[in-house]
Design a protein around this ligand. Structure first.
Ligand code: SF4
Length: 328
């Protein structure tokens, strides 16, 4: 690891002034991904701006029934909070399915949204990687791809977005609040992460001098009966091969509301709009669930090693929707 400077910011204004003066610096929250990236030589910030003393640790109910989550709320705290467990159970389940207890206790909500892919070539300085070094090439394409993405892939990068939490947040229409010295802006999470296209090193729309200060969850009655299911190689401390965040409401025999998002299969947290469109107004039958799942996966681009994810994702979508419907 290279030498770096360290600044402990006592308030948001100091943190923003520091990052404006040195855009190559990085904010340090839980550090559960950033420190690994520094050890691997992927990230080499000249300065770490420690933001853990900032007052961004509250979970508050909003007047409209939504919930505001400070960016420095620890993942374990968010998962256990009664407002999250009762109003957005898919979010609580998604967080608890990720990483380990120790990591969840350190990791923050803002940091989770910015965590980077676990593609092995990305961490291997001897491998070619367009995300680490734009224009270098991609050793994953034509290499070992069992864990790689099948949705939202491009010619330059097929890396999977690693977050579980972000998949639930995308399904819940969460909104990211970001501050800089220029002001505050709100970004729908569905627009926050970028598909790799020709520029896989650009992973989100946040500017270098912006700080995530909160994530807001809009009120969502359908989310009170929601699920997150993660399929992985072992029962804990493993990234998703496929994950599904889902909520469904049926009125007068037809699907009136549905929220569906996928993890483990895409280059960014994947809102399953095609499946949602297919389900709205349909009778909630196994056949309708199957049709919606295959509509979503129709655009998959696979390799021989990761083609199994298409069937696995379709079956997991159907299973989660069936479970929700049977529990209604
Ligand atoms: Fe790099 Fe993306 Fe290729 Fe992995 S898939 S080696 S992250 S460019």
């Amino acid at each position: 690891m290279r030498d770096f400077g360290y600044l402990r910011a006592p308030d948001v204004e100091t943190a923003l002034r520091a990052i404006t003066a040195e855009p190559e610096a990085r904010f340090l929250g839980g550090g559960t991904n950033l420190v690994d990236l520094m050890r691997a030589g992927v990230e080499n910030p000249g300065t770490l701006i420690d933001i853990t003393a900032l007052p961004l640790t509250e979970i508050e109910e909003l007047p409209d029934g939504g919930v505001r989550v400070g960016a420095l709320v620890r993942n374990s705290h968010l998962a256990a909070h009664p407002l999250i467990r009762t109003r957005y159970p898919m979010l609580s389940q998604a967080i608890l399915s990720g990483a380990s207890g120790q990591l969840r206790t350190m990791a923050t909500v803002g940091g989770n949204l910015l965590q980077r892919t676990r593609c092995a070539y990305f961490y291997d300085g001897a491998a070619r990687c367009n995300k680490r070094e734009p224009g270098a090439g991609c050793d994953a394409i034509g290499g070992l791809t069992r864990e790689h993405a099948v949705l939202g892939v491009g010619d330059a990068c097929i890396a999977v977005h690693p977050s579980d939490m972000a998949v639930a947040l995308v399904a819940l229409d969460a909104v990211v609040e970001a501050r800089s010295t220029r002001g505050t802006r709100r970004i729908p999470l569905t627009d926050f992460h970028l598909a790799p296209g020709a520029t896989p090193h650009l992973e989100h729309v946040l500017a270098a001098d912006e700080l995530i200060t909160a994530v807001e969850l809009p009120p969502s009655p359908v989310a009170a009966r929601s699920r997150y299911r993660k399929v992985r190689d072992r029962a804990s401390y493993a990234f998703a091969l496929v994950s599904v965040a889902a909520a469904i409401e049926v009125r007068d025999g037809a699907v009136s509301r549905v929220r569906l998002a996928l993890g483990g299969v895409a280059t960014r947290p994947w809102r399953a709009y095609e499946a949602e469109r297919s389900l709205l107004g349909a009778r909630p039958t196994e056949a309708a669930f199957r049709e919606a799942a295959s509509a979503e996966l129709a655009s998959a681009v696979v390799t021989p090693e990761n083609a199994f994810k298409v069937t696995l994702a379709e079956r997991t979508i159907v299973a989660v929707l069936r479970d929700l419907e049977e529990a209604a």
